[in-house]
Design a protein around this ligand. Structure first.
Ligand SMILES: NC(=O)c1ccc[n+]([C@@H]2O[C@H](COP(=O)([O-])OP(=O)(O)OC[C@H]3O[C@@H](n4cnc5c(N)ncnc54)[C@H](OP(=O)(O)O)[C@@H]3O)[C@@H](O)[C@H]2O)c1
Length: 340
């Protein structure tokens, strides 16, 4: 396999870095295609000398994408954004960008394409993110019918934007809020349900799809072994950060109104370059996604199709949420005798 080449669009990101390490360990030559190659330099040591190369490209640029897939045996597209900004729209990246990659891969005679979409991708979803992911899947299926489509649920791992975000809230705020349509502390009042999946399991599945023709033309829902409502997720956060914050259920309006106000402000500020308000804590579309939850339909195959036993959040999350513990707890743990 040492002479096989794979191009990974979005290889420097959260899932991408797990995947690149995985592919390099399997002996692939990996070409990481991202806009800013400096952000991918940390992955070079994951391979032998020359095994991992970097190419600066935006998937919005068809000519650049064509150059990035030239000579590749396989291609993986991991590019996606959680919120839109002036140039980085869902349509440009999730739909047109995905189409650029699929078309270029087909034209270059690439044998395997794995497209990473998202659980809940649906043309009729109330979420713009989910609709754009569905549009991307359609565009890929037209341009490259044998592509494998992966729909991961919320992904967890040391660098995730999910548990870490709640960990930071637990560290900085006196309470841990979640949102619910029902009465908190009653059955069904724990907020929407999620089925988080481990980043390394997602990477293993993508690598397996690239290697095995059995997965051609199929769509998979990649989810973890357990379903948690938001309250249960915050219970894990409270336990692992040792913060013991009161967990309070609020109506979705409490998230929606500030998200909308910040969105209006961000749109206005974006008109005065180079001023930027940075990443929004929560966009109105993310509030919609939170309300929908993110659980497998059960209709499509999952990690078991790759022979993977999904890892539970409780196994991995404690290893990285401890960074949000109060300093005295961390010191006390360090001072405890190992066998005592
Ligand atoms: N993380 C999750 O919980 C989750 C759940 C479901 C689905 N997904 C999907 O999985 C995929 C990967 O997610 P992730 O969490 O790993 O994302 P991430 O950490 O934000 O990484 C995104 C990657 O895409 C690159 N990128 C962004 N815009 C680009 C462009 N125009 N052209 C080329 N590269 C570009 C980024 O590098 P540069 O900025 O340097 O270009 C980065 O390497 C996404 O499609 C996401 O929607 C993620």
């Amino acid at each position: 396999m040492a002479d096989k080449l794979i191009t990974v669009f979005g290889g420097s990101g959260f899932i991408g870095s797990h995947l690149v390490r995985h592919l390099a360990a399997q002996g692939w030559r990996v070409r990481i295609a991202v806009r800013d190659i400096r952000k991918a330099l940390f992955l070079k040591p994951a391979g032998d000398l020359g095994q991992i190369s970097l190419i600066p490209v935006s998937i919005t640029d068809p000519a650049g994408v064509a150059a990035a897939v030239q000579g590749a045996d396989a291609v993986v597209n991991l590019v996606g954004v959680l919120y839109e900004s002036k140039k980085r729209t869902f349509e440009a990246l999730h739909e047109k960008g995905a189409e650029n990659v699929a078309r270029a891969a087909m034209a270059a005679g690439v044998r395997r394409l794995v497209h990473v979409s998202a659980l809940g991708a649906n043309a009729n979803s109330p979420s713009a993110y989910a609709r754009s992911k569905a549009a991307g899947e359609r565009a890929v299926a037209v341009a490259f019918p044998s592509a494998t489509i992966m729909r991961p649920s919320v992904v967890f791992g040391a660098e995730d934007g999910f548990f870490n975000r709640f960990g930071a809230v637990a560290q900085k705020m006196p309470v841990l809020p979640y949102f619910t349509d029902a009465i908190p502390h009653t059955p069904g009042g724990g907020g929407a349900s999620f089925q988080p999946v481990y980043a390394s399991d997602v990477a293993t599945a993508i690598a397996a799809a690239v290697n095995d023709p059995h997965h051609l033309g199929k769509t998979y829902e990649l989810v973890g072994p357990r379903v948690y409502d938001m309250r249960a997720i915050l219970d894990i956060v409270n336990r692992e950060t040792m913060r013991r914050r009161p967990i309070i259920g609020l109506p979705y309006l409490a998230a929606d109104i500030p998200a909308r106000l910040f969105n209006v402000l961000r749109t206005l500020v974006e008109k005065i370059p180079p001023v930027s308000l940075g990443a929004p804590f929560l966009t109105p579309d993310q509030v919609v996604q939170l309300r929908l939850g993110n659980v497998a339909t059960g209709v499509l195959p999952g990690l078991e199709a790759f022979g993977i036993a999904p890892t539970a959040a409780e196994v991995v999350v404690p290893t990285y949420l401890k960074r949000f513990r109060p300093i005295q707890q961390t010191k006390r743990l360090r001072l405890q005798p190992r066998n005592g």
